[in-house]
Design a protein around this ligand. Structure first.
Ligand SMILES: Cc1cc2nc3c(=O)[nH]c(=O)nc-3n(C[C@H](O)[C@H](O)[C@H](O)COP(=O)(O)O)c2cc1C
Length: 139
């Protein structure tokens, strides 16, 4: 049984719905899952995990949410190195640039991305939920 930690920020619940489905997918694989909104998470939650998923919607102008998620991501640079990582988040009118930038950044920190960052337009539909579950299973 592997320890999986999922940390997310969500303003209107769309990324939270993705996080819940990723947790379901990881649990179905028999893993121990810790699911935390970013205000409840600390770098030690990342350090203790074998697999990590981080979720944040596209905010500002194609950036991470700046008051909580951005500082958290910055704070885990050393502990995320060498770990399996999945990124996910919801967006609306953009083209996914925030996720491409985030992915490159995490690769720069030495994380091993299990897949390309999963982006879903607004609220995940049934197909989106299945994609999230598969990502959780990959971890
Ligand atoms: C302040 C703010 C800035 C946003 N900036 C972007 C953006 O740059 N690109 C984009 O595609 N969507 C943008 N969005 C839309 C959100 O990414 C979208 O509504 C998403 O579904 C929110 O996810 P959540 O329900 O997890 O908070 C923005 C939304 C807000 C409130």
């Amino acid at each position: 049984m592997k320890k999986i930690t999922i940390v997310y920020w969500s303003g209107t619940g769309n990324t939270e719905a993705m996080a819940n489905a990723i947790a379901d997918g990881a649990r179905e694989g028999g893993n121990e899952v810790k699911l935390l909104s970013v205000d409840k998470a600390s770098p030690s939650d990342i350090e203790e995990a074998e697999g990590v998923a981080l979720g944040c919607p596209s905010m500002g102008a194609e950036v991470l949410e700046e008051s909580e998620m951005e500082p958290f991501v910055d704070s885990i640079q050393s502990v995320i190195s060498g770990k399996k990582l999945a990124l996910f988040g919801s967006y609306d009118w953009g083209n996914g640039e925030w996720m491409q930038d985030w992915q490159q950044r995490m690769e720069g920190y030495g994380a091993n991305l299990v897949d390309d960052g999963l982006i879903i337009n607004l609220e995940p539909d049934a197909e989106g939920i299945e994609k999230c579950k598969s990502l959780g299973a990959k971890l």
